[in-house]
Design a protein around this ligand. Structure first.
Ligand code: GLU
Length: 288
């Protein structure tokens, strides 16, 4: 593991309040919390609620109660992404001015059709790689369709050319050469949300002074995109730690929809949250 200087460490837990937390979230929160606390550092909480159609205030209340039940405390105020839309919009304007993003008018069905018709349909962290349809629109076509609902996509080839070669460091996987192009032209602003996960998370990790991003390895590929966005927006690059994911008895990943009881259900049933946290620390639940 890379040597880490004492109390300058800042980590965060950044749940999306689109449902209740499950055991995998508890594991991730504990990892991030302990990574800070064992080094005398700070642990922050950020609520990733930019998805106005799926985020619910009642889930925020439940998340706070679940974390307290697990014995996890955070430093300072909770940061809500929904309060920071102007910051994301300003970043998008700078990328627009540099012609690094373009409007995408495709519907999900349009993209699915294109992908189905192509011989190779590679997948990235957000699903099938966008086939690039709207990248080829002329300025005149874009201007004519300006009032239609559209997303903003990063022109990944252009962005990579501007940024040049990039790398990042993962405490588990070691030194990485960034390969954002493999993710295709990712969405930075959605039709129904003014910023995407990739944009908001990158900006906020920098804004909160996060030095160590501790999160599940399901987000490993996304880090390549985040590294590119850091370069484009002039933001610092934290150290990453993509931890293993919990699995069930059959070795399958414990996911939200697996039917396992949520943390809230366990809490309300009277289970001891601190004891559960200790058992996750001891590794009583298998990981992979
Ligand atoms: N909000 C994301 C989620 O709940 C996690 C973001 C991150 O840790 O980078 O999956």
């Amino acid at each position: 593991m890379k040597a880490i200087s004492g109390n300058g460490v800042v980590t965060r837990f950044a749940p999306s309040p689109t449902g209740r937390l499950h055991l995998g979230h508890a594991f991730s929160a504990i990892r991030a919390h302990d990574a800070a606390r064992t080094r005398g550092g700070r642990f922050l909480l950020r609520i990733e609620d930019i998805d106005g159609t799926r985020s619910r205030p009642e889930h925020v209340e439940t998340i706070l109660a679940d974390l307290a039940w697990l014995g996890l405390d955070w430093d300072g105020e909770v940061l809500f992404q929904s309060h920071r839309l102007d910051v994301y919009a300003a970043a998008l304007e700078t990328l627009k001015a540099r012609r690094l993003v373009y409007p995408c008018f495709c519907t999900r069905a349009d993209i699915a059709r294109e992908v189905a018709a192509s011989v190779a349909a590679p997948h990235g962290v957000d699903g099938p790689i966008y086939p690039g349809t709207c990248r080829h629109l002329s300025d005149a076509e874009r201007a004519a369709r300006r009032s239609e609902p559209h997303a903003l996509r990063l022109d990944i080839a252009r962005a990579c050319a501007v940024a040049g070669p990039l790398g990042w460091y993962d405490e588990r996987a070691g030194a990485q050469v960034a390969d954002p192009a493999a993710q295709g032209d990712v969405v930075l602003a959605r039709k129904d949300a003014p910023a995407s996960y990739h944009l908001a998370v990158t900006i906020d990790d920098a804004a909160q002074g996060v030095t160590h991003v501790v999160r599940g390895k399901d987000l490993f590929a996304a880090t390549h995109v985040h590294r590119l966005l850091q370069a484009l927006l002039g933001l610092p690059t934290p150290v990453y730690h993509h931890h293993a994911l919990l699995t069930d008895a059959t070795g399958a990943r414990l996911a939200k929809r697996s039917g396992a009881p949520t943390l809230a259900e366990r809490r309300l049933a009277g289970e001891d949250g601190r004891a559960l946290a200790e058992s996750l620390r001891r590794g009583d639940v298998p990981e992979s």
